[in-house]
Design a protein around this ligand. Structure first.
Ligand SMILES: [Cu+2]
Length: 436
């Protein structure tokens, strides 16, 4: 209390006391019952403090869909699934609850998504991310906390690092607001760091990136004007027209079955059945994005794909001929992936959120394959080739060269870590958001 008197600021603990007193004074059965249950809306607290977070994420469990395996497995689809035709696999995951009412937020327990919502920050601009732990509906015996850890951030502040053994984590029915002021533009990934082998494999991973301060200025490079850039290049070499996040992850169905059945997976037996892009396998990867939220705050499935309700992020790459396209790759599977873009060269301009130029020394390079280890990121830019003049877009494949890594019954490429690039003759409107 003395400390807050000196600083003139009210600590969170003090505020909770004040808020409790205020609620009792204001009466109202609903408010009092919330107080008795020990829960005060974090938004109410944040609002009163003038510190509404930029984003609110939930940590919880849920279900997602993956196609049938070629060899029948007792673990897939999971026999505890609420509807095996729609959902096959038990997960832990995040959800974006920003702007939702208290009731909508609490409805999202058992409605996790994979991969986690993709989001971005601006270099030098403070960003607050609130994490709410809604608990695990399938596993009331587990009292697991969750955190948000920005993997690859060049910081050394354990308080906001999300690494729970040297700092805090968020227990069930509680929330915590992380505050960032990012200094280094580039592509990162985030994950829950609590029992991270399990929570990462269970689905608590996603892609986050930091836009450079150079964004909004204008440079002409290669004859094209740009206002969006991957890095502070000073000359527009990392300018792009469209950007797409490609978050790689893996699914070992045995371990997910074990988690839903209160069994312990043996992690040294790790052998993933699926490798995914943005939480989906081909051809689901090219299905559209989800359609936002319904009145209960739940996700609305992509058009025509009810099974992808909790896998809302599309990996379909669309562009016009001649445009520059930034692909942001991150890998939070546990295995290396060699991702090939057939027929189009990519320039690797960034690696692990580091611009590949040192002074006058340009170490960017052209390739059609990046080899990305677990926990690594790549920023690559390709120039879309001319359109063939045929009907519809020209199509190119982006895929993991290890084609046996991921498999399912069905036709060409089904179940693979693969997506498509669709090049249009010039008919696509400008991109408004990444992965659209
Ligand atoms: Cu977790």
């Amino acid at each position: 209390m003395k400390k807050s008197m000196f600083t003139g600021r009210v600590s969170r603990r003090d505020f909770l006391k004040l808020a409790g007193a205020g609620l009792i004074a204001s009466g109202g059965a609903g408010l009092v019952s919330k107080l008795v249950s020990g829960f005060i809306s974090p938004e109410a607290i944040a609002l009163a403090q003038g510190e509404l977070p930029d984003k609110v994420f939930a940590g919880t469990d849920g279900w997602m869909y993956l196609p049938p395996l070629p060899t029948p497995s007792p673990f897939h689809p999971d026999d505890l699934s609420p509807d095996p035709a729609l959902f096959t696999t038990y997960i832990f995951g995040f959800r974006d609850l920003t702007g939702q009412t208290e009731e909508q937020m609490l409805n999202q327990k058992m409605k996790a998504q994979h991969s986690a919502p993709m989001f971005w920050l601006q270099e030098g601009v403070e960003f607050k991310l609130q994490l709410r732990n809604l608990g695990l509906a399938m596993r009331p015996d587990l009292t697991d906390a969750h955190t948000v850890h920005f993997h690859g951030f060049k910081n050394a502040i354990p308080f906001f690092d999300g690494e729970p053994s040297s700092s805090i984590s968020v227990p069930m029915n509680r929330s915590f607001t992380y505050v960032y002021r990012p200094h280094d533009p580039g592509t990162y990934m985030f994950h829950c760091h609590v029992e991270d082998v399990e929570h990462v494999q269970m689905g608590m991973t996603g892609l986050v990136f930091v836009r450079p301060a150079q964004d909004g200025t204008s440079f002409v490079f290669g004859g094209s004007p740009f206002t969006k850039f991957a890095y502070n290049d000073g000359d527009g070499t990392t300018g792009f027209d469209r950007e797409f996040g490609m978050h790689l992850s893996e699914m070992w169905v045995d371990s997910h079955w074990a988690d839903s059945h209160i069994q312990l997976p043996e992690w040294s037996d790790y052998k993933p059945d699926f490798s995914m892009i943005n939480g989906r396998v081909y051809p689901d990867t090219i299905a559209p994005n989800g359609q936002g939220y319904d009145v209960n705050g739940d996700l609305i499935a992509p058009v025509g794909h009810p099974r992808l309700q909790y896998q809302p992020i599309s990996s379909l790459i669309t562009c016009n001929a001649g445009e520059s396209v930034l692909l942001r790759f991150t890998n939070l599977g546990f295995m290396q992936a060699s991702m090939t873009l057939d027929g189009i060269q990519m320039r690797v301009v960034g690696k692990d959120a580091t611009f590949l130029r040192n002074g006058a020394t340009d170490i960017s390079y052209l390739t059609n394959t990046i080899t990305i280890g677990a926990g690594e990121s790549f920023d690559t830019i390709f120039k879309a080739p001319a359109h063939s003049g045929g009907v519809g877009p020209d199509k190119y494949l982006l895929y993991n060269r290890n084609f046996v890594r991921s498999h399912s019954v069905g036709g060409f490429g089904e179940g693979k870590q693969m997506t498509e690039v669709h090049v249009y003759p010039g008919t696509l409107p400008a991109q408004t958001e990444p992965n659209t």
